[in-house]
Design a protein around this ligand. Sequence first.
Ligand code: ADP
Length: 463
Amino acid sequence: MRSAHKLLLTAALRVALLAALGGLLGGLAFGWTAAFVMTTLIVFAGFAYHTWKLSQLHIWLGSELRAVDLPDGFGTWGDVLSDLYRVIRQLRTEQQALTNSLARFQQAATALPDGAVMLDNENSIVWCNPAAEKHWHISLSNDRMQTITYIVRTPEFIEFLAKRNLGESLTLKFSPTLGANSGREVSLAVQLVGFGDDQTLLLSRDISEREHLERMRSDFVANVSHELRTPLTVMAGFLETMHGTDIAGGSKPELLKRSLDHMSQQTERMQRLVDDLLALSRLEDAQNKLAESVIDMQGLVQASVNDARIMSGGRHMLTTSLSPIWLMGNRDEVSSLISNLVSNAIRYTPDNGSVHVSLEIVPAAGQAGGDLLFSVTDTGEGIAPEHLPRLTERFYRVDRGRSRAAGGTGLGLAIVKHVLVRHGGRLEIQSSQGSEDHGSSFRAIFPANRVMSEQPKPQAVAA
Ligand code: ADP
């Protein structure tokens, strides 16, 4: 960049040189008076030229700043104007590139199946794509700079926006109060993404169809299970009667006895499967609200451990360390969680192995009191790490044959996971398969706000 002083000096020198040359020629030809007049005229002409160029520049600056309309000039003005011309061209090229990429971005955002609303720091709508217009029933032309909470008044949504938990998602049931679709409820998965200076992008995805299919699937499973229950009970009853009845002419032949045993076992297995499927669909049903009471956890776990001792028949060493704890939750659901984890430990631990069941309060991050930790640790063969993330899927088994032989339905851990989700808890699984140190630990954790370390008033306990 040339310095202003240098430019000024060059311009002044040019005028001075011209004036000196003109004065000299005028003096030589017509004497000193002519020399003076000539010099004055040249200095004045220089001043007039600069003033003229300055006013041309002023007029141009007030116009649309098109490079083609830029005035031209010579000398210092030639240099200045050609630099200005170059800068304007460069700016125009950059502006064009920016306009093109903005157009491309808008095209891409328009084609997105997900909704995107740009919100400023006061949650006013700055821009949105057509999918968002459809999801939130807004129109960019009418609702630009409108606060989104005036349009979407659902309390959960207002709280979600106020918290500004960036990256966290919310499933929202939204029924527009205005427009053609008013009253029709849609399910939206919503997420906030931060960008720029305190601005946010509100992303939305319509999951109504997915939820509808999911509901159809679980209704179907629940209905089939329900329909199978009665015929299975009838079959089990007949089989029991046949077991106890001798056929004419003496006792039953061995083959018939074995067939009846086999049929009874299979019927029992199907009944367990149907019961677990029905339990799972009740847990999955969002309409099925949690009926809560205060549960004496120590008593409940102890009862389950007693059952496990009978199941083990002395083949395992069963130890416990159970603190007196009370939990606010659904007794049947929590009982099924406990018995699933304890019975799994017995079923998947070879003879002479040991199982330890514990119940304690552990510190909870950022909460007064503590979380409830119920853990079952065994010295079984352990589970390979690649299976751990999938264990709570329905019918996922590490070894199908072994699970069947152990009387498993493949639904136990799915039930455990759902019970925990309904109680705001979580399941942690650790397992190792070494030759020395092998075994698994299943830890069910309930949040501190459900836990009491002292016995509440007797009439409130559902033990
Ligand atoms: P199942 O009825 O087959 O036991 P679950 O859902 O209870 O079904 O368990 C899923 C799978 O997880 C089981 O098939 C088994 O392979 C594995 N599993 C569960 N608990 C244990 C355990 N304590 N030790 C080893 N494997 C286990």
